[in-house]
Design a protein around this ligand. Sequence first.
Ligand SMILES: Nc1ncnc2c1ncn2[C@@H]1O[C@H](COP(=O)(O)OP(=O)(O)OP(=O)(O)O)[C@@H](O)[C@H]1O
Length: 475
Amino acid sequence: MSQPANVWIIDDDRSIRWVLERALTQAGMRPRVFENGDGVMVRLEHEEPDAIISDIRMPGIDGISLLSRIVESNPDVPVIIMTAHSDLESAVTSYQTGAFEYLPKPFDVDDAVGLVKRAVAHSHERRATSEPVTEPAHRSAEIIGEAPAMQEVFRAIGRLSHSNITVLINGESGTGKELVAQALHNHSPRANHPFVALNMAAIPKDLIESELFGHEKGAFTGAAAARQGRFEQANGGTLFLDEIGDMPADTQTRLLRVLADGEFYRVGGTTSIRVDVRIIAATHQDLEKLVQAGTFREDLFHRLNVIRVHLPKLAERREDIPRLMQHFLKRAAKELAVEPKILRPDAEEYLTTLPWPGNVRQLENTCRWLTVMASGREIHIDDLPPELLQQADTPATGQTWQEGLRNWAEQELRRGKKGILESAVPEFEKIMIETALKHTGGRRRDASVLLGWGRNTLTRKINELGMDHEEVDEP
Ligand SMILES: Nc1ncnc2c1ncn2[C@@H]1O[C@H](COP(=O)(O)OP(=O)(O)OP(=O)(O)O)[C@@H](O)[C@H]1O
């Protein structure tokens, strides 16, 4: 019979300790709780648990310092790091310091228990291999994301931080694909080498090959001097190929060969050039579909599609909108050397409900616009750019009326309106009546049939709703 697993819980928050202790006991484990990390190191000299789950911010020794000491002294003990302050830095630092997993709070208790079970199961393997590699964390441009889908992205960046593996990033335009590619690079073993980005959609097709592979002097008209391509520039580092779905077919063939052989020729060149480059590719398109349609090489697709990271649309992570806006308002103010604007709660709530088809980039541009255009220090709903205000009234084309209505209701509620049926129902009836009357040339009797009401009901409604309508037909 195997012994119940010993799991240590370290958190200064009593309720978290209590919840976890109870859940782990129910799951057949033997938990021990600590209010802070200080006692843990002493106890570790006498006893080794099967897993540890620790908070990151607590009085005394913090979770990351504790983690790095445990990794030193007891490398076989898997440590799960929990934190209420879920940001990329703590996720990456946790992984880089050697955490088994990273658990952002608030978490689902079942998920936490599942994770602890995995850690316990894993500790045997870890005992056999022992592989603590610690590297300093690198700072990168801040990526904001508390939404669960973004936590997945951070997790991926953390997990991949020791590797040079090819990554394919999927996501609509403006969702932050380049930012994530840069973060993958900054947190990789190649961080001290160049990160070079090239957008396939942004350069003329006939120049793509020379951009990628460089050219020799006189290789084509206009090639006055020899030039290094992006592959050479990225040597030792990372090459980010954005909008890879737009890559022309013959360039795809060439790229595939370079990825297979690690060497290539400049355009017009005869000497082969060897490079060591990590590829991160991105696209807003469905590459599988392009493969089916025959416009993207299947073998290249498989070479790129090793690890996939999906960036959700902004509308799928609305909870991040307020923090993103604060971030961009601050940044825009700095760029323009003015005081940062402050969003009033109603404006913030309104902006949070909008569809944002241009994703984070559109949000960023809006914050720039507001920094320049809003008259006061505080931003009110009336200060918003007109095209954003209209979105509330005119649903985007392609929307059903139910969707339009849903958005409207959502926006009214976010604006703090109460009793919204009181204005919606009469509005609904008015539209139905007006349309039916238009259809019958103003004849009420016929309109009432179209609507499915009695003639008298229609008359009563027209009066109640205060509609301006002349009787056309005979009573
Ligand atoms: N989560 C985020 N936190 C902070 N800034 C972000 C975030 N996501 C995107 N941005 C910012 O939004 C802008 C657009 O991001 P980025 O260029 O990475 O998008 P993209 O998906 O590569 O777009 P495209 O496909 O159109 O090139 C950039 O200024 C970027 O810094």
